[in-house]
Design a protein around this ligand. Structure first.
Ligand code: NAD
Length: 489
């Protein structure tokens, strides 16, 4: 039986939109096998661009069974062949960067530059993972009476459940190392953004990956996603999305002791000390919370500024924020696109109404599209929820602090712990503060969080486990220990 899990709503949190329609109390629940359809909408124009059939639980089960068979064939191939096929997949993605980027601009409203970066991430992550296939070695451990070996065995079938905010890279962060470690992958993209995922599946086929090894199952989270999570032959779930849904997915996985990686929300700090290069800190701050219109789990949406440079920082920040032009995401001059949907805009407005007094407020196009302006609030005038919860929109709150201890205390005063930036010229302080902030990805005098060579993931409610980096494949294997006796009798 399929659980129509709706994420528990936290007190005060606006209700999330679900693709699964509600039914009036007392009436029988709709039959999930009757099928459902996803409508993909261009967020910059509000025009529907495609409809995609959702995958029913029955179809999901059939896909899992095909994946089980494909995985056995895949794991039996020589490692060099698996590596070669993944490199070919990367080459196909590379050759179709422009097309994939245009699709992402259309379905997600990403700027052209962001969308090209995303397609490049998929290529890079595939290539990096391919390099691991032939290096997935076990160990020989000294023991008395024999020889002890470990093997890194594939898990089997892995479900990757992706959000809409970075549809392509996040799909690849799970899928590429899982495939490289010898698993089959079922990717469920978010309801709003299935098109790039479906195109990636075509490119995998064109590259020669075995049939059914990498399948994309578009569908509603509560139907297709839940069916994957519940399926006994799905060995691991990689879930990226909201903390509320992540908790529900974790509870479902617990019932089967299913392996799980969680990449959830964030409320990351950008800590600016008085000794920093203030001009650079202010010039780069807009990108750190406006990129992808703030719909970024790593957005530095809490700017903490040491009091002696607080006023100066705000003076410098204003022109930098206003220089980020919001508009047609396909135009290369555009710095910020729309939000993903009307529901997301309502959610952001629920945190900060557009007429709420702001220290800095940008402009957006009039007319159609889910626009919301770049907004900077001073902490003493910010709505409380906007200051502590993940807004997932182009909103930052600026707070002054006195000293290092207070900066670290404020930075850690959140349930999340994904990313953060520290701006200072003092190397010792940079390291002390980076070590003190409870977050998985810190950057000093920079806002970079994601590099495919380095581990990525969250502390606290931001998640469980790590993706990317040298250990990425290990998250998709079981360690098997084999002892061989060398005793004569
Ligand atoms: P969401 O939780 O609403 O949905 C994420 C995915 O889960 C979608 O594919 C959805 O269909 C599916 N889903 C929904 N209900 C499900 C269920 N019951 N069972 C299985 N699957 C289900 O999140 P969203 O709004 O699409 O994404 C935004 C959130 O993702 C933000 O909170 C953001 O911080 C987070 N995020 C985190 C990272 C990270 O790496 N830490 C990266 C990107 C986004």
């Amino acid at each position: 039986m399929i659980r129509r899990a709706r994420p528990p709503r936290r007190a005060g949190e606006p209700e999330r939109q679900s693709a699964v329609p509600h039914h009036p109390a007392g009436e029988p629940a709709p039959d999930p096998e009757a099928g459902h359809e996803l409508t993909v909408t261009n967020p910059a124009t509000e025009e529907p661009v495609a409809t995609v059939p959702g995958t029913t639980p029955g179809q999901t089960g059939a896909a899992v069974r095909r994946a089980v068979r494909a995985q056995r064939r895949w794991a039996a191939l020589p490692p060099a062949d698996r590596a070669r096929l993944l490199r070919r997949f990367a080459a196909e993605v590379d050759a179709h960067t422009g097309e994939l980027a245009r699709l992402e601009v259309t379905e997600a409203g990403h700027t052209a530059a962001t969308a090209r970066w995303e397609a490049g991430q998929v290529r890079d992550v595939l290539e990096y993972a391919a390099g691991g296939v032939e290096r997935l070695t076990g160990r020989q451990i000294p023991v008395p009476g024999g020889v002890d070996l470990t093997f890194a065995e594939p898990l089997g079938v892995v479900a990757v459940i992706a959000p809409w905010n970075f549809p392509m890279p996040i799909a690849a962060w799970g899928a590429a190392p899982a495939l490289a470690a010898g698993n089959a992958v079922l990717l469920k993209p978010a309801e709003a953004t299935p098109l790039t995922a479906l195109r990636l599946a075509d490119l995998a086929t064109a590259a020669g990956l075995p049939e059914d090894l990498f399948q994309v199952l578009p569908g509603a989270g509560g139907v297709t996603g839940a069916a994957l999570v519940e399926h006994p032959e799905v060995a691991k779930v990689v879930f990226t999305g909201s903390a509320a849904t992540g908790r529900a997915v974790m509870a479902a996985c617990a019932r089967r002791v299913k392996r799980l990686t969680l990449e959830l929300g964030g409320k990351s700090p950008n800590i600016v000390f008085a000794d920093a290069d203030i001009e650079r800190a202010a010039a780069t701050a807009p990108g750190s919370f406006l990129d992808n219109t703030g719909q970024d789990c790593c957005a530095r949406s809490r700017i903490l500024v040491q009091r002696p440079v607080y006023e100066r920082f705000l003076e410098l920040l204003e022109p930098a924020v206003l220089a980020v032009r919001a508009g047609d995401p396909a135009d290369p001059a555009t710095g910020m696109g729309p939000l993903i949907s009307a529901a997301q805009r309502d959610r952001v407005r629920g945190y900060v109404p557009e007429d709420h007094p702001a220290a800095i407020r940008g402009t957006v196009p009039r007319g159609r599209g889910y626009w919301y302006p770049a907004t900077v609030l001073e902490a003493h005038r910010a709505p409380r929820r906007a200051a502590v919860e993940e807004v997932f929109g182009p909103v930052a709150v600026v707070t002054p602090f006195e000293d290092e201890d207070e900066a670290v205390r404020l930075a850690n005063a959140t349930e999340y712990g994904l990313s953060g930036s520290v701006w200072t010229r003092d190397l010792g302080r940079a390291l002390r503060v980076s070590r003190g902030v409870q977050a998985g990805n810190l950057s000093v005098n920079s806002h970079s969080s994601v590099r495919h060579w380095t581990p990525f993931g969250g502390y606290k409610q931001s998640g469980l486990g790590r993706e990317l980096g040298p250990e990425a494949l290990a998250a998709f294997t079981e360690t098997k220990n084999v002892f061989i006796s060398t005793e004569e009798d």
